[in-house]
Design a protein around this ligand. Structure first.
Ligand SMILES: [Zn+2]
Length: 291
């Protein structure tokens, strides 16, 4: 059920420090309640309480990624968008040393190697990392970025595709990662917009029908921060980056069992039209440069 929005958590905003906030919705995971909380000062949306490192590890145990670790599984899920990401990187960095953080099975790493980049991946899910090494013949480290052999200013680009929002503190994580980039180095960052048209529509449905699960765009607590374009750019600026390219796309709708939800979601299928997706799509894709 959707809960009242007046609940206030005692958690301070991890981006600006303000204690003034509102609860947007609540979700249960690992037998506990987590709130999507909006800071009234900077409008950042974040999970409260903020998950600990142990919580984050626990979220991804079990069969996470299992649909990718099968023949052609990753290609089916990600081929088109990885092509787009490689193209976006190529517009700003034709060649160089690149790391894909949170690379799952490493298909994007494979594509970048094929284009001539010196590319490696990082994936904390050991099963996915091992599967990728065996199937795509790429280097994938299964340990945190800070434990990998990348010294200060040793990388030309770092990719965070649908990964930064899963870290405990995205801005501080990005700033720390940025130390490994050469001056003017590039990062490709993607994640969904929590207040895209599609997300607003499903939020409204969930409120009207009192079915909280219908708001599939809300990924609390897996997404420790949920972004809008404005809060994303504030995060990048705070981490020492400037935006050099921005685009929107509309991901294919996730398969749902509920016929009612399928029918009710039909209007948002219009967002898949290229012109509409580039203006209003849920997925935000940024190329940012270290300043
Ligand atoms: Zn704030």
């Amino acid at each position: 059920m959707v809960t009242a929005t007046a609940n206030v958590t005692s958690e301070k905003c991890p981006m600006c420090g303000s204690a003034s906030n509102r609860t947007v919705c609540e979700r249960a995971r690992l037998g506990r309640q987590w709130a999507l909380t909006e800071c009234r000062a900077c409008r950042l949306h974040f999970t409260a309480p903020i998950p600990t490192q142990d919580d984050l590890v626990a979220f991804y145990q079990g069969d996470y990624h299992s649909d990718l670790r099968i023949e052609a599984g990753t290609e089916k899920a990600f081929d088109a968008k990885y092509q787009r990401y490689a193209d976006a990187l190529g517009r700003h960095l034709p060649l160089g040393r690149v790391v894909d953080v949170g690379c799952s099975t490493g298909l994007l790493v494979r594509k970048l190697c094929d284009r001539g980049y010196d590319a490696e991946g990082i994936e904390l899910n050991a099963d996915s990392a091992a599967w990728g090494r065996d199937n795509y013949d790429v280097i994938i480290h299964s340990k945190p970025l800070e434990a990998c052999p990348y010294g200060p200013e040793s990388l030309d680009a770092i990719l965070f595709t649908d990964v930064l929002e899963h870290t405990q503190h995205p801005r501080d994580y990005l700033r720390e990662a940025g130390r490994r980039l050469v001056p003017g180095g590039i990062a490709l960052v993607t994640f969904p917009d929590i207040w895209s048209i599609e997300s607003r529509y499903h939020y409204l449905l969930s409120k009207l029908l009192r079915r909280d699960w219908m708001w599939g765009n809300c990924h609390v607590p897996l997404h420790v921060w949920e972004f809008t374009r404005v809060t994303a750019e504030a995060c990048f600026t705070g981490a020492g980056f400037e935006v050099v390219e921005f685009r929107r796309t509309q991901p294919a709708p996730e398969p749902v069992d509920s016929l009612a939800l399928k029918v009710l979601s039909a209007p948002t299928n219009l967002l898949s039209w290229p012109l509409l997706s580039s203006w209003f799509g849920t997925q935000m894709e940024f190329v940012i440069r270290k300043v």
